[in-house]
Design a protein around this ligand. Structure first.
Ligand SMILES: Cc1cc2nc3c(=O)[nH]c(=O)nc-3n(C[C@H](O)[C@H](O)[C@H](O)COP(=O)(O)OP(=O)(O)OC[C@H]3O[C@@H](n4cnc5c(N)ncnc54)[C@H](O)[C@@H]3O)c2cc1C
Length: 276
């Protein structure tokens, strides 16, 4: 096995995967913010062999097709925010709450997804999918929700190359980030998306992230979906019971400092947006 140290900065996929093949232990670095996140030393430690993605033009691309906003994995969070109205509101709100503008300038969408960052909750709720590349097989697409349930599904020498976000109209969107001041405790996000067509609720999604992640899609149970607006308070309470008692929500709210705040946030979001 080759044991050389080094930093390699490829500009094409063949170059990248050639290098990775020769140095399988090489670690991908995108914006490098996560790498430095928990390092207290004055001189930070770096992996022995590094694959920098910053010269990969292909990964910097932003495309807009009829159905999707397509973002290369190296697109920074601030560049996404600068796209304005074509970016779904919950994703914009989430980006605005990631650290500060300096981190947002460096941090990339691919890096955020790979290290289970905040963007995962809106991306799952929006029905996004990720394009995964390796040197040997053609690119494959994985729904964001599946990527999460098969955690660390990235095999060795695979990377996230693109993120595809469907252009869908959301009539009602609520997002809240709860900050935990305790060091090493992740912040918690809660968000709700709803679509209404001719006064009928046609889609409702709730996501909560923190130490664990939950996604609840009411299209499967149809407790509120298909109801005419304004929705009765008793139906909202029935939805809350079903959501709170689903296995994923129970897990996400277990030992969660913000348990009551999250429940209240979702309840009042439903009441104020959809109820009588
Ligand atoms: C002060 C500070 C505050 C922060 N606050 C927040 C916050 O509020 N919310 C939040 O979500 N995060 C936060 N972070 C963590 C981090 O900055 C982000 O999650 C960021 O988006 C990571 O992106 P990056 O491009 O810097 O990734 P990097 O640090 O370069 O990489 C992170 C990991 O992802 C892997 N990786 C990178 N790109 C890819 C790819 N395309 N495919 C596969 N693997 C890849 C790397 O190998 C590495 O393991 C904070 C960090 C700092 C330093």
């Amino acid at each position: 096995m080759n044991t050389s140290r080094g930093i390699f900065s490829p500009n094409t996929f063949p170059n990248l995967f050639n290098f990775w093949n020769r140095f399988p232990e090489a670690v991908i670095i995108a914006g490098a913010t996560e790498l430095l996140h928990f390092q207290a030393k004055r001189i930070p430690e770096f992996p022995e062999t590094i694959l920098l993605l910053d010269r990969m033009e292909e990964l910097q691309k932003i495309d807009r097709t009829e159905r999707f906003l397509e973002l290369g994995a190296m697109v920074s969070l601030s560049r996404i925010a600068s796209l304005g109205k074509i970016v779904p509101t919950v994703l914009l709100q989430c980006i605005n709450e990631v650290a500060d503008i300096y981190i947002q300038n460096l941090a990339t969408i691919g890096g955020n997804i790979a290290c289970n960052g905040d963007l995962i909750a809106p991306l799952v709720a929006l029905g996004a999918s990720y394009e995964i590349r390796s040197g040997t097989i053609p690119p494959r697409r994985i729904p964001a929700s599946r990527f999460l349930s098969i955690k660390n599904e990235l095999k060795s020498q695979e990377l996230i190359s693109r993120v595809l976000i469907p252009f869908e109209q959301w009539d009602y969107a609520q997002f809240r980030k709860f900050h935990d001041p305790t060091p090493d405790h992740p912040s918690v996000l809660a968000l709700l998306l709803a679509r209404v067509e001719r006064d009928i609720l046609t889609d409702l999604r709730v996501a909560v992230s923190g130490t664990s992640f939950s996604f609840y899609h009411d299209r499967e149970k149809c407790i509120l979906v298909s109801e005419r607006l304004p929705i009765k308070k008793r139906d909202i309470r029935a939805f809350m019971e079903s959501w709170k008692n689903s296995p994923a929500t129970l897990e996400a709210l277990k030992d969660n400092t913000f348990q009551n705040s999250i429940i209240n946030f979702i309840y009042f979001a439903l009441l104020s947006g959809l109820s009588e």
